[in-house]
Design a protein around this ligand. Structure first.
Ligand SMILES: Nc1ncnc2c1ncn2[C@@H]1O[C@H](COP(=O)(O)OP(=O)(O)OP(=O)(O)O)[C@@H](O)[C@H]1O
Length: 274
């Protein structure tokens, strides 16, 4: 898996020494989910064509999972949607806005990776507030609200090294949520977690998605995770979308339910067939 660091805000900001007591009431949602439009995306690394004419329409507020064998181009696709990788040809549009790598505070999209990428010399709260231009009280209040939303209000003053892997990913999620994204891109964010923590995080992500209405695109190796969370699961093979599977099951979903298991089997069958 290849990663790049999203640009963080470069503007310095000061923190008040006193801790933020309680999370403020959430202000009204600034943004709703946005649609994503991909058209004829191609990208090669040297002689290897990684994206081969991908076209895709995601509805605003949809939860889409992307699965596929290692190296099939999942992360590359996500990174092109984020504007982190340029394409050789084709078009990526998020909402009305044609992406050109806008990842500042006002960008409608946020990305989360397999590792939390927290700054070890900043507290949990400071990490969440990082990148908010309004770095003083309003930013800290928003950060405290985002920490409360992921169940970590009581760890605001902890250092990243004092947290478990699952808690660190919660902080990373809060750091994305504090910007109230319209589009959340998740590049295998739960891949390094133990099975139980992983399921708890899946439930958290699903409930935040339901409350907030952002569009979510999740890259995962875990077909059960894809079926548990997504409205649609896309299979990528050799740079193309070869299956677009609707997951028409009520939420929250029960693993082991026959309809759930049938979808899981279908995806696994396709993945193992090659
Ligand atoms: N910057 C790069 N330079 C050269 N090759 C690259 C680069 N980024 C990706 N690739 C190649 O493109 C292909 C797709 O990579 P990508 O990371 O998108 O795959 P993936 O499906 O996300 O894989 P995994 O599931 O293992 O994370 C791989 O063969 C990879 O080696």
């Amino acid at each position: 898996m290849l990663h790049a660091t999203l640009p963080l805000d470069t503007e310095p900001f000061a923190f008040t020494p006193e801790p933020v007591e309680a999370a403020p009431a959430r202000r009204p949602l600034r943004r709703q989910g946005v649609g994503v439009h991909l058209e004829g995306l191609t990208k090669s690394f040297g002689a290897r064509r990684v994206l081969d004419g991908i076209g895709l329409e995601l509805k605003a507020g949809e939860f889409v999972a992307i699965v596929g064998r290692s190296g099939c181009g999942k992360s590359t696709l996500l990174r092109t949607i984020a504007g982190l990788d340029a394409v050789d040809s084709g078009r990526v549009a998020v909402g009305q806005d044609v992406r050109q790598g806008a990842t500042g505070e006002d960008s409608p999209l946020r990305m989360m990776f397999q590792e939390a990428r927290l700054l070890p010399w900043k507290t949990v709260l400071e990490n969440v507030a990082l990148g908010l231009r309004s770095g003083q009280q309003p930013g800290l209040h928003a950060a405290a609200g985002a920490l409360a939303a992921v169940g970590l209000a009581d760890r605001a003053d902890a250092w990243p090294a004092q947290l478990s892997g699952g808690q660190r990913q919660r902080v990373a999620l809060a750091r994305a949520l504090v910007h109230e994204p319209s589009l959340l891109l998740l590049d295998e964010p739960l891949g390094a977690l133990d099975a139980l923590t992983r399921i708890e995080m899946q439930q958290l992500i699903e409930s935040l998605w339901r409350q907030r209405g952002f569009t979510a695109v999740l890259v995962t190796h875990d077909v059960q995770e894809a079926v548990a969370l997504a409205d649609r699961v896309l299979l990528i093979e050799e740079g193309r979308i070869t299956l677009d599977l609707a997951v028409d099951l009520p939420r929250p979903r029960t693993r082991g339910n026959p309809a759930f298991a049938a979808l899981e089997e279908k995806l696994l069958g396709r993945l193992l067939a090659r």
